[in-house]
Design a binder for this molecule. Structure first.
Ligand code: HEM
Length: 128
């Protein structure tokens, strides 16, 4: 038997479902982030993000089976993401990560990834 991957270690699908549900509950009320989301229903965006994170951390590859290669920078190109949007995203994500209450070591690994990924997604300078 092999050692569990990160996805299994943190509790599998229910953990990522809770993380992403918490994140989108925050987005729904966020005056900076909400206007960026093109669809009125955040459900499909929630599912795409959940499936992506599950795949990234070693769970089922449903994301790429349905969406293809992630190409996240390219997929974010239609949205203006400057430092303000990045920081709003990280604020909502911090709340969501706190809500799932992982072991400190696992939480640090997850948070470092999310912070790095959020900085990588910036595609616009500081506005106004
Ligand atoms: C999609 C905003 C960072 C992963 C989206 C969408 C928006 C958005 C508006 C479109 C919603 C949809 O219809 O799917 C932002 C902003 C960010 C950010 C403002 C701030 C930095 C990130 C990061 C990740 C990520 C760091 C990964 C760790 C995704 C994924 C999708 C998505 C997987 C769906 C892609 C697809 O299959 O179409 N994001 N995002 N985003 N975002 Fe972000």
């Amino acid at each position: 038997t092999s050692s569990p991957n990160f996805y299994e270690l943190v509790g599998g699908e229910p953990t990522f479902r809770k993380l992403v549900d918490e994140f989108y509950a925050g987005v729904a009320d966020d005056p900076i982030l909400r206007p960026l989301y093109p669809e009125e229903d955040l459900g499909p965006a929630n599912e795409r993000f959940r499936l992506f994170l599950i795949q990234y951390w070693g769970g089922p590859t449903t994301y790429s089976d349905t969406r293809g290669h992630p190409r996240l920078r390219m997929r974010h190109a239609p949205f203006v993401i400057g430092p303000v949007e990045r920081d709003a995203w990280l604020r909502q994500m911090r709340r969501a990560v706190d809500a799932i209450a992982l072991q400190p070591e696992a939480e640090a690994v997850l948070w470092e990834y999310l912070e790095r990924a959020a900085h990588f997604m910036v595609n616009a300078p500081e506005s106004g």
